[in-house]
Design a protein around this ligand. Sequence first.
Ligand code: UD2
Ligand code: MN
Length: 581
Amino acid sequence: KQIPRNQSKTSSSPPALKKAVSQSKPTISGGLHTARSNLTAKAPTVGYQQSHANIPENPGMHHVFRIDVTLSPRDLNAPGQFGRPVVVPPEKKKEAEQRWKEGNFNVYLSDLIPVDRAIEDTRPAGCAEQLVHNDLPTTSIIMCFVDEVWSALLRSVHSVLNRSPPHLIKEILLVDDFSTKEYLKADLDKYMSQFPKVRILRLKERHGLIRARLAGAQNATGDVLTFLDSHVECNVGWLEPLLERVYLNRKKVACPVIEVINDKDMSYMTVDNFQRGVFTWPMNFGWKTIPPDVVAKNGIKETDIIRCPVMAGGLFSIDKSYFYELGTYDPGLDVWGGENMELSFKVWMCGGEIEIIPCSRVGHIFRNDNPYSFPKDRMKTVERNLVRVAEVWLDDYRELFYGHGDHLIDQGLDVGNLTQQRELRKKLKCKSFKWYLDNVFPDLKAPVVRASGVLINMALGKCVSIENITVTLEDCDGSSQLQQFNYTWVRLIKHGEWCVAPIPEKGSLTLYHCDNRNNRLKWLHKSASAFHPELVDHIVFENYQQLLCMEGNFSQKTLKLAACNPMELQQKWKFEKYYEV
Ligand code: UD2
Ligand code: MN
């Protein structure tokens, strides 16, 4: 019903790609040469070097380390080396197609390319010159996975090991969320035993990514938690700029720029700068480019930190004690989805900040569908998570969420107990959602009601009015309180706490105490277009044997309910003002 929710696209949709590489067959011409000349010119055999020989003037600081063990790769011509696109040979097409579903990306190619391939350093100019503190906090990398593709998981781990200053990585915690694949058991243990920093935590039952992350956090010993998905490639210098932000202010949550590892050809593609993480109703995550004129007018540089209304979810660093101070994630969130909204609202409204750090870049394989199964229905799981978030954090604006979604809550969806979460919000003295809108996300269109003012009958030019507890039609008078109505996102026609209610059996109207859950008070108007485009201007009651429409009566003083007739002008209504989102 209404605007279909498409949760598979929620957080998995990639940010806009750089024009230069966004063609279907990406090329990394310039970058490739840079990478190669780097190799011959100054790459050490085991890469661990400062960007510049000069000692920075600020004592206690250093230039971001340019650590990249992959700078001189074993095989320069290996497929996918330097992040190049790979083509499946014709005789392997079938095999590649068959293996796609193992991870919902080109698993065949992933297995073909080196697990420690080099990728292009995609940081904007100036990043290498940036200073960070010598005494940055250590971090635990937490990577949850369920049935992850072997080569993708290994590549993720190698990219961390190979491109992070070793002294900053306290450990890499691989949290196995009850995978079923045999290779993720003894084989993985054996492989990872080569790397003392890698620890594998096995969950005894499927926790879902949210509770799996919490299990990881509980076992982490570093000062900062850095969460990553299990199919990523961390780029050169990715870690220090994140930790620097947390070091400067423990309430900053630092996210890298998420770049794109192409699911079809496995190429590493850079993305457009100046993108913020945002959402649209009903809480669908997305990316929004800062308009070029805003960039120009404010002199925003490519290396400038971008404050984000919401994070994508998968990749970020957060001070461990702050994460616990915030009450971590709502542990009532299931499996996948919505946790990025929850943490974002919580961080902003309770005194923290969410930032994207352009000098930190991590590639991620964006997939069109989850490659693992959901214990319960996928849509319902995500919907339920989002309802929990809406109920705890959105105040009255939750109606915008409900009004744009599927109303599963009306169909008896059990979202569990919310008392603890609401108490947490009180205890932390978090600000209102209105504050968040005004200060963090002012460009979000969020009118609390859908329409308001007088309600005019289009045939008669008369307005709905309240007389005691009856609903009448009078001459319009915009200044009269009795003629003021709000049409809400959950489809109530409200006059204060009173709602216009149908009496279908009698074909008449009355007033009733408003109640967002009461379907007998809900009217379709304008949004009726989705089902009955011919009734778009009507006010339709659909929860009866037949569609009923509000109609101005001939006597011009009363209203009635009648069978809907698209041609009937006396069934067409207009509110004084409509608010679009
Ligand atoms: C995005 C986020 C993801 C998460 C999700 C919303 C990025 C790059 N990714 O979707 O981190 O915030 O939005 O919830 O921002 N996993 C488990 N157990 C499960 C399900 C998943 O351990 O039951 C693992 C999975 O193997 C992966 C990670 O959790 O490593 C995230 O899952 P995803 O990659 O399917 O999510 P994604 O990237 O589509
Ligand atoms: Mn992912």
